[in-house]
Design a protein around this ligand. Structure first.
Ligand SMILES: Nc1nc2c(ncn2[C@@H]2O[C@H](COP(=O)(O)OP(=O)(O)OP(=O)(O)O)[C@@H](O)[C@H]2O)c(=O)[nH]1
Ligand SMILES: [Zn+2]
Length: 235
């Protein structure tokens, strides 16, 4: 739990070695809330993360590969890995709709596009990272409803911090934009490299997978779609 002043303890004090501007990574409510808007608003924390259970599982993995989890270099590793998973999967505990609660009306009815939003997620098949960039565009609806540009990046974070496949991640971003902003159309393109293809298995580093989700007029109108794609892919 933290407060609008950014202090994890709500009174300007710090906990352990973490300052008010450097949140305690063990504060799981904070990690979930930070995904939404950088402040804790007491939003829904849907699922608790069982850190001791992850720790026990990581100890088992270390045993199973023939390591000694109690040796000096590994003794804190299960706890570190547990905290890391809590952070990497914090999106599971967040209602993505909360990200798009701040919307504005603006007299703009043409494409709004944010390119090259950094994205890192975990593939649900191997729990290895895939990373790259997301490009998100939409054409505001008749009511001219737009959202803050940073909210588009936050939307990527909330859906990326879950076990994912790239196709679903792409579609979820587009669908939530359509649901919450009621735009004329939306387009989401992700370009990612999958570590499960680079570090193991087929071992083809450097390949990039491109996925798109196109909705509304950007799907139905070939000219609008081609214009948006040109802007997205020219970078
Ligand atoms: N479509 C899709 N596939 C993914 C994604 N992330 C990982 N994969 C693939 O998921 C597949 C899982 O295939 P399996 O045959 O069950 O697993 P595997 O034996 O580890 O496969 P290899 O990676 O080919 O060694 C692999 O082909 C991965 O490349 C993703 O985001 N989208
Ligand atoms: Zn994988």
């Amino acid at each position: 739990m933290t407060t609008a002043n950014g202090s994890p303890n709500g009174d300007g004090s710090t906990r352990g070695r973490y300052s008010a501007t450097e949140p305690d990574p063990e504060d799981l409510d904070y990690l979930a809330a930070r995904l939404i808007n950088g402040r804790h608003q007491g939003g829904p924390v849907e699922r608790a993360v069982d850190l001791p259970r992850i720790e026990a599982a990581v100890r088992e993995i270390l045993h199973a590969v023939g390591e000694n989890p109690d040796r000096d270099g590994l003794k804190d590793t299960p706890a570190r890995v547990a905290r890391a998973y809590a952070e990497l999967l914090a999106g599971l505990r967040v209602d993505p709709g909360q990200v798009l609660t701040t919307t504005f009306e603006a007299d703009h009815d043409e494409l709004v596009l944010v390119r090259d939003i950094e994205v890192t997620s975990l593939c649900e098949h191997h729990l290895l990272p895939f990373h790259g960039v997301a490009h998100i565009g939409y054409v505001p609806g008749p009511d001219g409803r737009i959202t803050g540009l940073s909210k588009l990046a936050r939307l990527v974070e909330v859906f990326a911090r879950r076990p994912q496949v790239q196709e679903r991640l792409t579609a979820q971003i587009a669908d939530l934009l359509m649901e919450r902003l009621n735009p004329r159309g939306a387009i989401v393109v992700l370009e990612c490299e999958h570590m499960c293809m680079a570090m193991r298995g087929v071992q083809k580093g450097g390949s990039r997978t491109i996925t798109s989700a196109v909705r509304g007029m950007l799907r139905d109108d070939a000219k609008s779609r081609a214009e948006a794609m040109t802007l997205i892919l020219r970078g």
